[in-house]
Design a protein around this ligand. Sequence first.
Ligand code: SF4
Length: 440
Amino acid sequence: MNKPNAIPKVGFVSLGCPKATVDSEHILTRLRAEGYLISSSYQDADLVVVNTCGFIDSAVEESLDAIGEALAENGKVIVTGCLGAKGDVVKQAHPRVLAVTGPHAADEVMEVVHQHLPKPHDPYMDLVPAQGIRLTPKHYAYLKISEGCNHRCTFCIIPSLRGDLVSRPVGDVMQEAQNLVNAGVQELLVISQDTSAYGVDVKYRTGFWGGKPLRTRMTELAAALGELGVWVRLHYVYPYPHVDEVIPLMAQGKILPYLDIPFQHANQRILKLMKRPGNSDNVLARIKQWREICTELVLRSTFIVGFPGETEEEFEELLDFIEEAQLDRVGAFAYSPVDGAIANDLPDHVPPEVQQERLARLMWLQEEISEEKLKLKIGKTMTVLVDTVDEEGAIARSFADAPEIDGQVYIKDGSHLNVGDKVKVVITDSDTHDLWGELV
Ligand code: SF4
C-alpha cells in the first residue's frame, strides 16, 4: 500500500469489447491527467477500478470473478462498465465494493476515486500525452464516435445498459484522430454501437474541423478521416441505405475497402422477430452493387443461429444467403438468452444441440468460402501492417484483416521489420483464415 504523501496509485482491470476498452482509456487518461499513477499490481495499488462486461453470461461470470480477485488482493474496488449498469448483480455478489457505476461513466468513476483516494497536489507530475492513454498497441487505435443505440434489436440489451445514441462532436472525434496519428498510429478503427447512425441524435449538426465546417455524419466523417493519411477501418455499420455512400470512398482509396456490417440473419420473418432491417434479396443486390463500385471490398458480418422459432427451412435460407453473398469474414453465434432481452419471451426456443449443429454447419460452409477466397490471393502483392515481430519472422495484417478478429499474414523473412511498419508482400500460401507472404 501507498505511504502517506506518496503519489496515489490506481490499479486498473479492463474487460470486454473494444468499446469498453475506449472507456477504460478515457478513465486512465483522466487519472493520469490528474496526477495519479497507474499501478500494474494489486498489491502496489491504493485502489482498483474494474471495467466490466455484462453482455453474455460468461462475460458476467468473468467480470464477477475479476471483481472478487481485486477485492481479495487489494480490498478497495470501484466497478464500472456494462455489468455496473446491472448494479444489483454486482452488489449482491460483492457487497464490499466501494461503488458501482454503469458504462461510459468516467465522471462518476473520477468522483468516487476522489472520495476514496484524494487528488494529488501536483497535477503536473504526470502530464498526459495529447493522444491520451491507450491500451491497444501504438500502431493502431480504436476511435469511438458515439455511445448508446437507438435500435431495439430484441436479442440485445445494450440500449438498456448504455442508453440511446449520443454522438461525440465531430470536431472532438477529428482532434482525437489527429492526435493519434501525430503519436504514430497507423490505423484507426472507427467503433460505436451503430456507426452508420452517427449524428442522427444531433440532426447531423455541422461542426468544425481545421477551420472548415464538417457535418456530424458517417460519410463526411469517413471522408475527413481518410485525409489523415492512415488506414481507416469502419466497424459495426448497421445496414442502413446510406451505407452505400461510403463505398466510393473505399474505391478511391480514401478509407480501407473493408465493411463490418452485421446482417444477423437472412430470413425475413426472423429478421422481423429480431427487429432488424433487411430483406436478403435487397441485401444481395446491394452487395453486388458495392462490389461493382469497389472490386476489392472485403465484407465482414455476424449472424445469430438458432434464434427462437428459427425453423430448419429458415436456417437453410440463411445458408443459401451465405453461399450467395460470399462474405469474406463471418462471425456466428448460437442465440443465447441474455438476461433482460425481449427475444427470451418468444416461443419455440431452439434446443441447444440443434443450435450447435446449425452453428457448425454455418461455420463449415463459411470456412470453405473463406479458404477459396484466400486461395485467390496467392501470387498477389499486398500492403500489410506489421503487428508483431520475433526471430521467426513477422505477423502482419492486410486491409482485409481487422486486429484480433480477422486473419493474419505471416512473413517468414520479416524478423528485421518493426511493429507498425507498412510493407509490401507477395502472397505465397493460404489456409482457411490466414495468408503467408514474402517481402517484395
Ligand atoms: S443495433 Fe446493435 S447495439 Fe443497437 S440494439 Fe441492435 S444489436 Fe444492440
